[in-house]
Design a protein around this ligand. Structure first.
Ligand code: ADP
Ligand code: MG
Length: 319
């Protein structure tokens, strides 16, 4: 049973409270607080040493990334950041590491406007769980459910940068140092698309952040919306470094590795002009990579024909 089958089988239940507008299964849950003008978006993620970051990774990068992966889920809902909780499991209280971790954590918290409001600190293997809260106007959140046949599919920024950084750092790809630096930056310090997500409110019909790889995460939109997709590989936004490595690594790092924390979203054709209207505000760019079709699953084409990736995407418990 894979990660998502496990959640579905053991933990997904219909909400009992009418205030739970959206429960298990999206980037964040949505809670309507009686009498409040805005809904709460709530999301949580855990980072474990040796699984999500290498042993010996710089504390500031770990602190930054632990928060970034949560902020990215708020971005995918179009939520405005509010506050977060920090649960720390530490093998020892290492003052230098903690100060470094705190600096990375608060650098991002300050950049997006999140207050730390609580948490828990215990002794154990190094692991960080953050729960982030945001707010959104009722009925406006971007969910995974709204894609319809005929919608265009977009991604923000560049794909495969984190993957290439990982491959370069582990010596599986060699690139000139000038090309490596931005890849490492993207792997260690992803830029959650929080302003972009809020700008997409009223424009995108569905959205998700790319944490597990484009195909896996777009797959969640397709499943939740009950639709299929066709993607054109020639439209994938990749960097010059990626093009330089393409002959060695192929398209899989951009399609299935994940960790880019870009947004993947769908836009109905009549709202494409509105997207063009906001796109000029964002340096990352929004790239049309394909279309939503009736049916199920995702067909990926390149110049010659169908493209079959080596694996579907990152999935804990997938053997
Ligand atoms: P993301 O990659 O956006 O962080 P995940 O893939 O981690 O989302 O989780 C998918 C969905 O399943 C989310 O809505 C998440 O809150 C929910 N989920 C994950 N694990 C559990 C669990 N143990 N119990 C209940 N819900 C869970
Ligand atoms: Mg997500």
């Amino acid at each position: 049973m894979d990660e998502f089958g496990l959640i579905e089988h053991y933990f997904k239940r219909p909400p009992r409270q009418t205030e739970v507008v959206l429960g298990v299964g999206d980037d964040a849950a949505l809670l309507a607080v009686q009498g409040a003008a805005r809904q709460l978006a709530v999301t949580t993620d855990t980072l474990i040493e040796g699984v999500h970051f290498a042993s010996g990774a710089a504390g500031c990068d770990v602190g930054y990334k632990a928060l970034a992966v949560n902020v990215s889920d708020l971005a995918a809902m179009g939520a405005r950041p509010l506050a977060f909780l920090l649960n720390l499991s530490l093998p020892k209280a290492d003052a230098a590491w903690l100060a470094d971790f705190r600096d990375g954590l608060f650098a991002l918290a300050d950049a997006v406007g999140l207050d730390l409001i609580g948490g828990d600190t215990v002794r154990g293997p190094l692991a960080i769980t953050i729960t982030a809260l945001g707010t959104v106007a009722p009925g406006e959140a971007l969910t995974r459910r709204g894609a319809r046949a005929g919608d265009r599919i977009y991604v923000s920024g560049l794909l495969g940068e984190a993957a290439l950084g990982f491959l370069a750092r582990s010596g599986r790809v060699s690139l000139p140092p000038s090309m490596q630096a931005p890849l490492f930056a993207r792997l260690d310090r992803p830029l959650p698309r929080i302003a972009e997500g809020q700008a997409l409110l009223g424009i995108a019909s569905a959205a998700i952040d790319i944490s597990d790889g484009l195909l896996a995460d777009l797959g969640h939109i397709l499943q939740a919306s009950g639709v299929g997709a066709t993607l054109d590989l020639r439209r994938l936004p990749v960097s010059d470094a990626y093009v330089a490595a393409l002959a060695t690594v192929g398209y899989d790092p951009a399609l299935v590795f994940g960790d880019d924390y870009e947004l993947c979203f769908t836009v109905p054709p009549e709202r494409v002009p509105a997207l063009a209207g906001i796109a000029t505000r964002f340096a990352c760019g929004f790239h049309d990579i394909g279309g939503i079709v009736a049916g199920a699953g995702c067909v990926v084409r390149d110049g010659e024909g169908l493209y079959v990736p080596a694996r579907a995407g990152y999935n804990h418990f997938h053997d």
